[in-house]
Design a protein around this ligand. Structure first.
Ligand SMILES: CC(C)(COP(=O)(O)OP(=O)(O)OC[C@H]1O[C@@H](n2cnc3c(N)ncnc32)[C@H](O)[C@@H]1OP(=O)(O)O)[C@@H](O)C(=O)NCCC(=O)NCCS
Length: 194
């Protein structure tokens, strides 16, 4: 299925464990301010592991203005006019990694533990399947234990762990963890299970 068709499922309303109503939808051009505010709410120690300088409004402006959802699809959870979580599907669209997507996810600290990240990543996996991706990866530093646990619950397994392989903004080394999910195998299991 084309991405365009798949995205017609959004906006989608979901209800969290605590009954909060949340809208899931892709990033839009007009989201520049609330997307920047979302990143400013992330504690500094966690922000050090985001690959881009997200406190710089110009970075967020570029993302909103030069959107290419086929390459980077940020799916947002929005409540009360605020972004409370985001998951992104990254695709290569060519070359030897063209069948492998990468997913990243981040939840606003005040809205964690309510099933937001799980809901967003589940949607991203559905999108990945419907656009024909065969594998999805997620990258972590060793300390991101909550995230590693969550991805394992969603069926991801550890592909690789390299000790002291990556460095944060303060040049401190951390373990690198790569997890992956084979969407084809996963689909077959789903079929067997009914
Ligand atoms: C990891 C993160 C995205 C989880 O977001 P969240 O919305 O709180 O996660 P959910 O509520 O959907 O949790 C789903 C499951 O993950 C597990 N989990 C989530 N947070 C956890 C924690 N702090 N400790 C242990 N398990 C945790 C739980 O099993 C949970 O299921 P349950 O509540 O039914 O038991 C959030 O803590 C975050 O933004 N962390 C910083 C960024 C990050 O590490 N991103 C990952 C890199 S791709």
């Amino acid at each position: 299925m084309s991405l365009e068709l798949e995205l017609q499922r959004f906006p989608k309303e979901i209800k969290l464990k605590d009954a909060t109503r949340v809208t899931l939808r892709p990033l839009e051009k007009a989201d520049e301010k609330i997307f920047h505010e979302f990143f400013l709410a992330i504690p500094e120690p966690e922000r050090m592991f985001i690959k881009h300088r997200v406190t710089d409004v110009a970075v967020i402006r570029d993302w909103c203005q030069d959107m290419d959802l086929g390459r980077n699809l940020p799916l947002l959870a929005v409540a009360g006019g605020k972004i409370i979580a985001a998951a992104t599907l990254h695709q290569q669209l060519g070359g030897w990694r063209r069948h492998i997507g990468r997913v990243s996810v981040l939840a606003h600290p005040q809205f964690r533990g309510r099933g937001l990240a799980k809901a967003l990543v589940t949607e991203i996996l559905a999108i990945a399947r419907s656009v024909g991706l065969e594998q999805v990866e997620a990258e972590f530093i060793g300390e991101q234990e909550a995230a590693i646990k969550m991805f394992a619950l969603l069926g991801f397994s550890n592909l690789l762990r390299l000790d002291n392989y990556v460095k944060d903004m303060q040049a401190i080394s951390h373990d690198y963890v790569l997890m992956g999910l084979n969407l084809k195998v996963d689909e077959e299991y789903a079929g067997v299970g009914g």
